[in-house]
Design a binder for this molecule. Structure first.
Ligand SMILES: [Zn+2]
Length: 214
């Protein structure tokens, strides 16, 4: 067995998509007591850990109590610090600014999509919205990535080589999915279209989402 999707999503939300140990964004839901030892698929046995902490502490039985305590404390901090939705979105915005890897961005995307889907009745099907938003955000990510790539090449920006390797790989995946021609460089008209769509999305989501400015 493994955790139900709904539970994983709940755990990620409670932790504001961040690792309960190092606070990095982008988490896996970890079994504190492992499945091999009969650890249940319950919320109490679930901890949000980033891949690195998962690897470092996940298999160490000595750390189980520590992980559980760190998790409960982190949940408490998340709940108190970001009590209102607006504050929570501010925090997501901040996290997004530090997002380099595509995996991080995917987590952010999931969060964003869940906000859209939970709150709105629309004439479009859920899948249509998900696909459209997904494509739009992929394109925005890709363009930010290209910009960052220039900065890195010029030595103006430094990134963790491992994360950067992943980002380059993800960029190739995005290129494969949409075709390089569809990914820019965009002329003024195309940017106009993208920005128009983003504005519409922003309107749907409310003003809190103005970080979607490209
Ligand atoms: Zn971590």
């Amino acid at each position: 067995m493994s955790f139900a999707e709904a539970l994983k999503s709940k755990v990620r939300k409670k932790a504001h998509l961040s690792c309960c140990l190092c606070k990095a964004i982008g988490v896996e839901v970890h079994h504190i007591i492992p499945q091999e030892e009969g650890g249940p698929d319950t919320e109490d046995n679930a901890a949000p850990l980033c891949p690195s902490c998962h690897e470092t502490y996940g298999a160490n039985p000595q750390k189980r109590k520590f992980i559980r305590e760190a998790r409960d404390l982190w949940y408490e901090i998340c709940e108190k610090r970001y009590a209102s939705d607006v504050d929570k979105l501010e925090e997501i915005k901040r996290l997004l600014q530090h997002t380099v890897s595509y995996e991080d961005f995917q987590s952010f995307k999931e969060e964003l999509l869940s906000h859209i889907i939970e709150g709105f009745e629309t004439p479009r099907s859920e899948q249509e919205i998900v696909d459209a938003v997904s494509e739009l955000l992929d394109k925005v990510w890709y363009n930010r990535h290209l910009f960052l790539r220039q900065q890195v090449k010029a030595g103006k920006e430094k990134v963790n080589p491992e994360i950067w390797k992943g980002a380059l790989k993800s960029a190739r995946k995005v290129e494969k999915r949409y075709g390089k021609a569809a990914l820019g460089p965009y002329d003024d008209f195309e940017w106009g279209m993208i920005n128009g769509k983003l504005s519409a999305l922003r309107w749907v989501l409310g003003d809190d989402w103005d970080m979607l400015d490209t």
